[in-house]
Design a binder for this molecule. Structure first.
Ligand code: 3PG
Length: 214
């Protein structure tokens, strides 16, 4: 899997739902609900004990999905994610050792940036697609637009504070490859077993993307 393959998939449905799970069976059920709604690039955040196990089970049970690891803070976590079957790596910040480790495993890496200096560092590391985090607090669509006027060949993946309400404002920008977020996998729906709600949210997000990018 290379970054172009993932980016091609994101062109059709430019949204990456985040899954934070304690239970692999629930993580798989959540992924199935997202796939039913048309979202197939999924990020499992490494913020629970069971996250890597959840990732492995999703990769096994959901071959239609491209599953990555998020909140990858260290080289060790890159290695663990690769072993667990992650197909891409996302980190909240920019760390050259994490970037190098992901490249060592041949895994696409989307490191987080929030300032022009970080974007420039990422650019000089040869990266051309970065996460923009935390998108809402770091300046939202206006900040991306301004950064894009300088870094013309860079694509952004805004995450952090993205919702169905502001999704269109991000996707309106040609430099935004996709938006990531947890609004598609609300705890309340998962806890109550309401996976139809997750499918509904995924479909609604795709409808916004289609309207914005027609
Ligand atoms: C991330 O890990 O990218 C963010 O915590 C997601 O932010 P959100 O919960 O506002 O979508």
């Amino acid at each position: 899997m290379n970054i172009e393959d993932i980016n091609t998939r994101l062109e059709k449905a430019p949204i990456i739902p985040l899954i934070q799970a304690d239970d692999p069976a629930i993580a798989v059920r959540t992924t199935e609900a997202l796939i039913a709604g048309g979202l197939t690039v999924i990020e499992v955040v490494l913020r629970t004990e069971a996250a890597l196990h959840c990732l492995t089970e999703i990769a096994k049970a959901c071959p239609k999905a491209i599953v990555g690891a998020g909140t990858v803070l260290s080289e060790k976590l890159v290695n663990d994610s690769a072993r667990a079957g992650a197909q891409f790596i996302v980190s909240p910040g920019l760390d050259k050792d994490v970037v190098a480790a992901a490249r060592h495993h041949g895994l696409p890496i989307y490191p987080g940036v929030a300032t022009a200096s970080e974007v420039q560092l990422a650019w000089n590391l040869g990266l051309r697609t970065v996460k923009f985090f935390p998108a809402g607090l770091a300046g939202g669509p206006k900040m991306i637009q301004t950064l894009s006027s300088v870094f013309k060949d860079l694509h952004f993946m805004p995450t952090g504070g993205v919702t169905a309400e502001n999704l269109g404002g991000y996707l309106d920008l040609p430099s935004v490859i996709a938006c990531g977020g947890s609004w598609l996998t609300p705890k309340s729906a998962i806890l109550s077993g309401n996976f139809e709600e997750i499918t509904r949210l995924a479909k609604a997000a795709i409808a916004i993307a289609k309207k914005t990018r027609k």
